[in-house]
Design a protein around this ligand. Structure first.
Ligand SMILES: [Fe+2]
Length: 590
């Protein structure tokens, strides 16, 4: 049984293929077309998934689309009557969705008649729920999905049991925790799609000074989860102004907050104005209120389901700061958030929804690692190097056996060099997890500044993340529960904060990746070699890119290495060292 999942015409468009209940491949279109958060039709992602599974489209039995135009039709019609522009947009989107078989045939350059698969439409949030529970290690769990908006809902909760999900409730448009977070993110002067992450980082610098006001912006209701104070927003009047149809564009979201928000919180910050303490406090209050509401939802969900385990999905599930507090603030004892918690994950969720919920097949798969994207053979890597400027540059190039390679790379990191680490298959989801990573020494307080100056150019308030050997997690962090996908943030033990200052955030937390030998033996070995040299089983891990989607092919890694001040590049078995004149140069011993 072959099921292709397609998340199209939505932010983070993606594809995934599930064969006999097991995920074989999953990837976002942005990794191919190099447009961050690309929407549109994921033609290249689909072609890759079919190639990885080794089958032509004719052999795909089912195609799952995480969008159901019939879901909440009454509410949609009601809003369409009030908002003609929104209704026109919706009609356009709907037309695109009915055209998916044609777009698919065009992407594969074949006659649509040759696609014999049955098409299924899966409601957005049911696909989110499926994307986490059906790949989790749990036989039973409470499941929550929360995001901006999908099929006119923003939140949905359920019980997962075996191969079944039972939905208990939902919150419909215009009430949305995702839109709340985006609206305040815009108010703070961050307008790009995906900027919520920045403001979550900023929140750690402020105090939740405006909680009374924010309790009016998001109101909690005993029986119905939460409601937005609509006077602070405009999306319920204008319709959510989102443009995410074109594959070659990053999605954009129009202004969501109203003049009332400005009146109550003070004037907005223009993108080029400095960030002041007031902005930090607004960010901190926004985060604190999100946590209050989210934990309230989760406590209710626990009461209703009496489960120990919780699975999360939807864009809100990327809030690793809130996720890390679930153990303390709710009765849940186990938490699972898969690496593509946002809309990219819908491709996997829709496919597994069809497999289990529609076709009744038993579960046989747990997502224990994130490496579901393209990988490249040693020969392809050699070719990429041979055809690059590296070959003629006089850089030192050596191909080494695995153990020597890990030792040599760890030595470079310990000497303060910035190392590009390209291995195996590309990560699924937005976090680099040791296959497309830039790795640096966590012991050096100046490393954050150096990475920003030389490569990343990010706002100074944004933290970098630590990767820790799974077995050493409890030694460095106040919680040892695994966080293999960087979706949980824990407090760094106070006595260890001075040991790993670079990836420790201003509030003493780290958005950690716990690395097990089973999930990524090569990356685990690199960190262990670093520990052997330095006594610290942690490295700083940031995504391998520079203002672009994470590199996917060896050629993109080489380009990024050459145009930035990265010192060393490890591509598969090959280590490339820049001469000091071309690199940023090493640093004095830590
Ligand atoms: Fe979503």
């Amino acid at each position: 049984m072959r099921i292709l999942g397609i998340n199209a015409y939505h932010g983070n468009s993606s594809a995934a293929i599930v064969c006999d209940g097991r995920l074989v491949a999953a990837v976002e279109e942005e990794r191919f077309n190099r447009v961050k958060y690309a929407a549109g039709f994921p033609a290249q992602a689909i072609r890759y998934c079919l190639a990885e599974a080794g089958i032509p489209i004719e052999e795909v039995d089912h195609i799952a689309i995480p969008r159901d135009p019939w879901a909440r039709l009454g509410t949609k019609l009601l809003f369409a009557l009030r908002m003609p522009r929104f209704a026109r947009e919706r009609a356009k989107v709907l037309a695109r969705f009915t055209g998916i078989p044609v777009a698919l045939a065009a992407a594969l350059d074949l006659d649509p008649q040759r696609i014999r698969a049955r098409f299924h439409r899966v409601e957005h949030h049911q696909a989110h729920l499926a994307s986490t529970f059906f790949v989790s290690p749990f036989e039973r769990a409470a499941v929550l999905s929360a995001d901006g908006l999908g099929d006119f809902a923003s939140t949905m909760w359920a019980t997962g049991e075996g191969n079944r999900l039972r939905v208990h409730g939902a919150v419909a448009f215009p009430h949305s925790l995702g839109m709340y977070y985006t609206a305040v993110t815009q108010y703070l002067g961050f307008w790009k799609f995906g900027d919520e992450y920045k403001v979550m980082g900023l929140a750690a610098y402020g105090e939740p000074a405006y909680l009374d006001e924010f309790r009016r912006i998001v109101r909690t209701r005993a029986a119905a989860g939460f409601r937005l104070g609509l006077e602070y927003f405009v999306h319920h009047r204008t319709g959510p102004d989102m443009t995410w149809h074109e594959a070659d564009k990053t999605p954009e979201i129009g202004r969501l907050f109203s003049d009332h928000m400005e009146k109550r919180l003070g004037s907005t910050r223009a993108g080029d104005e400095p960030v002041e303490q007031r902005h930090r406090n607004v960010a901190a209050t926004m985060q604190a209120r999100l946590e209050e509401v989210l934990f309230g939802l989760l406590r209710d969900l626990h009461k209703r389901t009496a489960q120990r385990a919780l699975c999360l999905a939807g864009g809100v599930a990327f809030n690793c700061v809130a996720n890390g507090k679930i153990f303390d603030c709710t009765p849940f004892e186990q938490v699972y958030v898969q690496p593509a918690a946002g809309d990219a994950g819908l491709a996997v969720g829709a496919a597994l929804y069809v497999h289990h919920q529609v076709l009744g097949q038993p579960r046989s798969f747990v997502m224990e690692h994130a490496y579901w994207g393209p990988g490249y053979s040693p020969e392809q890597i050699r070719q990429a190097l041979a055809h690059s400027r590296i070959a003629a540059s006089g850089f030192a190039i050596a191909e080494l056996p695995e153990e020597e390679l890990a030792k040599a790379a760890a030595q470079e990191i310990a000497e303060g060099k910035i190392l590009g680490w390209f291995q195996g298959r590309t990560e699924w989801g937005p976090r680099a997890l040791g296959n497309r990573s830039i790795v640096a020494d966590p012991r050096r307080p100046e490393m954050k500044r150096i990475l920003n100056e030389r490569i990343k150019h990010r706002e100074t308030f944004r933290p970098f993340a630590p990767s820790v050997l799974e077995e050493a997690t409890g030694e460095y962090f106040e919680r040892a529960y695994p966080s293999p996908f960087m979706t949980l943030a824990y407090a760094v033990r106070p006595e260890k904060r001075a040991a790993i200052p670079a990836p420790t955030h201003v509030d003493g937390t780290g958005r950690l990746q716990t690395v097990s030998r089973a999930a990524n033996p090569r990356y685990w070995r690199l960190i262990r070699e670093f520990a052997n040299l330095t006594g610290v089983p942690v490295v700083l891990n940031t995504s391998f890119n520079e203002n672009e989607p994470i590199v996917c092919r060896p050629e993109e890694a080489i380009d990024c290495f050459l145009r930035t001040k990265m010192d060393v590049l490890v591509l598969g078995d090959t280590i490339v060292r820049k001469p000091a004149s071309a690199a940023g140069g090493g640093l004095p011993a830590a």
